[in-house]
Write a protein that binds this ligand. Structure first.
Ligand SMILES: [Zn+2]
Ligand SMILES: [Zn+2]
Length: 114
């Protein structure tokens, strides 16, 4: 069983190490990335069927990755030279409608004015 394994996240081939159950990812960050990718996929497959109590962090991260770190209402990216805090909000205010196109990135300032 000695040899190499392929990381489930990035596809990199690594030499096997330790116990076989650890030989799935290069490291913790590959494991976490892979897990959030699966969660994102599950969300997209089932979007609109379940309500979130709050929008999950992996969705926030995913949207920022796709769209950039920026408030989609005012267009700001920074505040006092710090990256602006970005939240995710429902465009139609319906928390059951959690499809990707109904979600927008919003800063606390715009959110308070909604
Ligand atoms: Zn990897
Ligand atoms: Zn804003």
């Amino acid at each position: 069983m000695n040899g190499c394994f392929t990381c489930l996240n990035c596809g990199k081939v690594n030499p096997t190490k330790g116990h076989s159950y650890t030989n799935k990812y290069c490291n913790n960050s590959c494991q976490q990335q892979h897990r959030s990718r699966l969660l994102v996929k599950e969300w997209k497959d089932h979007a609109g069927h379940t309500a979130w109590r709050q929008i999950p962090e992996y969705v926030r991260k995913y949207l920022i990755e796709q769209r950039g770190h920026k408030c989609e209402v005012c267009g700001n990216t920074t505040h006092n030279e710090q990256p602006i805090p970005i939240n995710v909000d429902y465009i139609d205010n319906n928390s059951y409608n959690n499809v990707e196109t109904n979600l927008q990135l919003i800063c606390p300032n715009c959110k308070s004015q909604k």
